[in-house]
Design a protein around this ligand. Structure first.
Ligand code: HEM
Length: 440
C-alpha cells in the first residue's frame, strides 16, 4: 500500500511460483473495492475458497465441497440449505453442548493452573471446539469408545488432514524459508493422510446417521456426498475458524485489563440474573457490550483473512479515491487485515474498542464488518457465499464470554502473547473464580 500509494494493486498471492505459477492477482485492501468479491454478477466463486490453490478432490471423497462451489450451482443451494436445516434442528442442543464442553475445558485449565503450569489455550481450544461441534451435530462424543471412535485423536486427525490438504498455503510453524521449500512448492498427495481421513470418515458414516438421513430424505443428497460435505463443514469451515477465534477473544479481553473485564463481568451477571434462568439465548441477546466485544474481535482479528474471486468480465473496480480496469479472468484477493482497518470507515482503526458496535452509531458500522464474507447486517443465504455459520459463530462467541465471566471474575495471560504467530501463543497464568456466581 505504501509503495503504490494505493489499496488496489497487482501482486502474487500464495502459493507462489515456481511451484505454483498462477499466483498473479489483484489485491483489494479497502472497504469500497472489497464489495466486488460479494457481487456474483461480476465475479465467479468456483474453486475460489483458497484463491489459486484448489486442493485435490481426493481429500474430500472425490467431491467438490460446498465452500468451493459458485452459488449459481444447484448443488450449492442444496448443500447450504442442508447446513441451515442441521443448525435449525440442533438449535436446542447448542447452548447445552457448548456449556458442557466449556465446563470440561476450564475444569482442565484450572487443574493445570493449580499445578503451577501455564496453560496453552490454543491446544485446549482444539478439543473444546471439536467436542462441541460433533456432539451438537453428530450427537456423539468423538472420544466415546466404539468401533469407529476417534478416541482422543480427533484434533490431531483433523489438523493433519487439513494441513496436508492445504500444504501449499498452510502455516506449519517451521521457519519461513524451510516452509517455502519443503511445503509451499508442490501439492502434497492424499495418500499421506488416507488412513487418518479414513478414520474421520468412518466416524461420521457410523454415527452421523441422523444428519445424513436429513441430507438424504429432505434434500435428496447422495449419502456419500453428504458425509464428505459434513466432515468438511464441521472440520474445515467451522472447526478451523473457531479454534482461531476463541484464542483471539481471550487475547483482546486479556489486553483490555481489569477495566474491560469488570464491565463484561457486570453485564453478564446482571443479564443472567434478570432472566432468572441463567445463560439462555434471551439473556445472551441482552448483553450489548458482550456482543460488541465479539464483533470488534471479528473486525480486528478475523480468523479467515483472505477472500478470493475471479472477474467474470472486464470490469472497473473503485477504491475510495481511484478506479481500476480489471481483465476478465483475473484473480481478485481481498485481505481483511487491511479492509477491516480502513481509516476511511473506522475511527482509530488499529485500536481495539470494545464498545465500537454498541448503540445507534455502532449499528451503522455493521455493513462495514466483513468477517463472514459478506456485510454483517445481511443474512447468509443458500444463494450467496456468506459464511453459513455466521449467526452460530456470533452466538456462541457471546456465550463463550458469558460463560467465562459467570465462572471467573478475571483472568490473566502470559506475556508476550500473540495471535498472529502459528500456533498462537495464548497461555493462561491465573484465573480468579467468581466471588458471587450469578447462576440461578
Ligand atoms: C464460508 C468464515 C465458522 C460454515 C465462510 C467464508 C468465510 C467464513 C470468510 C467464506 C469463504 C469464501 O468463500 O471465501 C468463518 C469464520 C468462522 C466460521 C471466521 C469462525 C470463527 C463457521 C461455522 C460453520 C461455517 C461454525 C458451520 C457450522 C461455513 C460454510 C461456508 C462458510 C458452509 C461456505 C458457504 C458458501 O459457500 O456459501 N466462512 N466461518 N463457518 N462457512 Fe464459515
Amino acid at each position: 500500500m505504501d509503495k503504490y500509494e494505493s489499496t488496489v494493486f497487482r501482486v502474487n498471492f500464495p502459493p507462489f511460483p515456481p511451484g505454483f505459477p498462477y499466483s498473479r492477482g489483484v489485491a483489494l485492501l479497502d472497504q469500497k473495492s472489497y464489495g466486488v468479491l460479494y457481487d456474483t454478477s461480476k465475479v465467479q466463486k468456483e474453486d475460489m475458497f483458497t484463491g489459486s490453490f484448489a486442493p485435490s478432490k481426493d481429500f474430500t471423497g472425490g467431491y467438490r465441497m460446498l465452500a468451493a462451489l459458485d452459488p449459481s450451482h444447484e448443488k450449492h443451494t442444496i448443500l447450504k440449505s442442508m447446513l441451515f436445516e442441521l443448525l435449525k434442528v440442533n438449535r436446542t442442543r447448542t447452548i447445552f453442548e457448548f456449556s458442557k464442553a466449556f465446563a470440561e475445558t476450564f475444569d482442565a485449565v484450572e487443574r493445570q493452573i493449580s499445578q503451577g503450569k501455564q496453560v496453552d489455550f490454543y491446544s485446549s481450544t482444539q478439543k473444546f471446539v471439536l467436542d462441541f461441534l460433533i456432539r451438537t451435530i453428530v450427537h456423539r462424543d468423538p472420544a466415546k469408545p466404539g468401533h469407529a471412535s476417534l478416541a482422543n485423536d480427533g484434533p490431531s486427525l483433523f489438523q493433519t488432514w487439513i494441513g496436508v490438504q492445504y500444504g501449499g498455503i498452510a502455516q506449519s510453524g517451521l521457519p519461513h524459508i524451510v516452509e517455502e521449500f519443503a511445503l509451499h512448492n508442490f501439492p502434497l498427495p492424499f495418500f499421506l493422510v488416507k488412513g487418518m481421513y479414513g478414520r474421520i470418515y468412518k466416524f461420521f458414516r457410523t454415527y452421523a446417521t441422523e444428519a445424513i438421513a436429513v441430507a438424504s430424505s429432505k434434500f435428496g443428497l447422495d449419502r456419500e456426498e453428504a458425509t464428505h460435505n459434513l466432515i468438511f463443514i464441521l472440520g474445515v469451515n467451522a472447526w478451523l475458524g473457531l479454534i482461531r477465534l476463541f484464542p483471539a477473544i481471550i487475547y483482546h479481553v486479556a489486553n483490555g485489563g481489569s477495566e474491560l473485564q469488570g464491565r463484561l463481568r457486570a453485564e453478564v451477571r446482571s443479564s443472567a440474573s434478570s432472566t432468572r434462568a441463567g445463560l439462555t439465548a434471551e439473556a445472551i441477546a441482552s448483553m450489548p457490550l458482550i456482543r460488541s466485544t465479539v464483533l470488534e474481535v471479528l473486525r480486528l482479528s478475523a480468523p479467515a483473512k483472505y477472500q478470493y474471486a475471479r472477474a467474470k468480465t472486464d470490469l472497473i473496480i473503485e477504491s475510495h479515491d481511484a478506479a481500476y480496469m480489471i481483465k476478465k479472468g483475473e484473480l481478485l484477493g481481498g485481505c481483511l487485515h487491511f479492509a477491516s482497518r480502513d481509516p476511511a470507515v473506522f475511527d482509530d482503526p488499529e485500536t481495539f474498542v470494545a464498545d465500537r458496535f454498541m448503540g445507534e452509531k455502532g449499528k451503522k458500522l455493521l455493513p462495514n464488518l466483513l468477517w463472514s464474507n459478506g456485510y454483517n447486517h445481511q443474512p447468509a443465504t443458500a444463494v450467496n457465499k456468506q459464511c453459513g455459520g455466521k449467526d452460530l459463530v456470533e452466538h456462541i462467541s457471546c456465550l463463550f464470554l458469558a460463560e467465562l465471566f459467570t465462572r471467573y471474575d478475571s483472568f490473566q495471560i502470559a506475556e508476550p502473547a500473540s495471535i498472529y504467530s502459528y500456533p498462537p501463543r495464548i497461555k493462561f497464568t491465573s484465573m480468579q473464580k467468581a466471588s458471587s456466581p450469578s447462576r440461578i
